[in-house]
Design a protein. Sequence first.
Length: 124
Amino acid sequence: MRLGTIISLKGRRYYNFELKVDVMTKAKGSIGVVFRMVDHFNYLAFEFNIDYAYKRIVKVQNGVKHVLFNLNDGGITLNNWFKIYIKAEKSKFIIRAGDSKKYSSYQAAPIIFNFSDVSFPKGE
């Protein structure tokens, strides 16, 4: 994929969900998973950064990016698969993430963020 690519499920809206993905990056910078996306100007995202070694939750609202939570724990490493599990139930979110070599299942990965946000009750 190229820089700034977003994959979405057009025409479908989700309220409660469990998302399980494995990601790998081969380039420096940021990579993330967007969820509760209303449009390109309103969404939540779980973002990693290789250069600055962090994981964080961002909210983009009306095109303005806000960092809700930040964890400086090393971020993600190049050329390595990483498990991501996002559970959304109403306004509550649980995000688990970890190295795919270390964690055999999504549920085994540690909880990185556990938070509430009422901004976007549904999204793609």
